[in-house]
Design a protein around this ligand. Structure first.
Ligand code: SF4
Length: 224
């Protein structure tokens, strides 16, 4: 007797799975990884989860690239540059940023490679990858707009601990540092997907909108 092919086994063991998945930026399911002052929900962006549940699309949570590259859930390496105006540390901001960006890009490349090979596996296994959802305004996960890291490092360095608040941070950081480009992690993702000829739809959750109290703007209607 011959060993049956995987397709034969799959046919025999057919079940209820929808065979559709979507890749989500980590903090849409766990806001605990957001920068300090940037979480406006206790846990998930519920409406995104609800919309995907209704469509029967499985959710794959990507790693938070900043958590991995910047020193854990609090992103301690980024915090080292906060409120350093008037201290000797400010003189080292430029060389620190050169190293910080270099290290960031290496980490992001590695994580993007892992994500794309997971996407490849789903596709090669006969599943549909319905999209990737990023975060507008994030210097890492932005799709159409992202904070410029050098400008935001300067902004954070000049903060004063006496007047610092989440409201001040959010209002001014986006105003002063937003650029019309993808975040660094999503740039890597896009590059790697295109090098493998994988065509995926990108969606984008509006983070400044969420922080100002709005419901998520992400619309999955185009996914059948
Ligand atoms: S936007 Fe990206 S980098 Fe920022 S907290 Fe969310 S998953 Fe992490």
């Amino acid at each position: 007797m011959r060993k049956p092919a995987i397709a034969d086994i799959m046919e025999k063991l057919k079940d209820e799975r929808g065979k559709k998945v979507i890749f989500l930026s980590h903090c849409l399911l766990n806001e605990n990884t957001r920068y300090l002052g940037g979480a406006s929900r206790r846990a998930c962006v519920d409406e995104i989860v609800d919309r995907l549940q209704k469509k029967g699309i499985g959710i794959v949570q990507m790693k938070c690239p900043e958590q991995k590259a910047w020193g854990g859930v609090l992103k301690r390496e980024m915090l080292m540059g906060y409120c350093i105006k008037g201290t000797w540390l400010k003189a080292f901001l430029k060389p620190f940023m050169i190293l910080f960006l270099w290290k960031t890009k290496i980490y992001f490349r590695i994580i993007a490679k892992e994500v794309v090979s997971e996407i490849r596996d789903y596709i090669d296994s006969g599943f549909e990858v319905s999209g990737i959802v990023g975060i507008k305004g994030s210097p890492s996960c932005g799709v159409s707009a992202a904070l410029d890291l050098k400008k935001s490092a300067q902004f954070a360095a000049d903060l004063d601990i006496e007047t610092l608040s989440s409201e001040y941070f959010n209002e001014n950081c986006y105003k002063k540092c937003m650029a019309e480009r993808s975040g660094l992690f999503f740039e890597e993702l896009k590059k790697r997907l295109s090098s493998q000829n994988i065509n995926i739809t990108f969606f984008e959750h509006d983070l400044p909108g969420e922080i100002s109290g709005k419901e998520s703007n992400v619309n999955f209607d185009q996914i059948l």
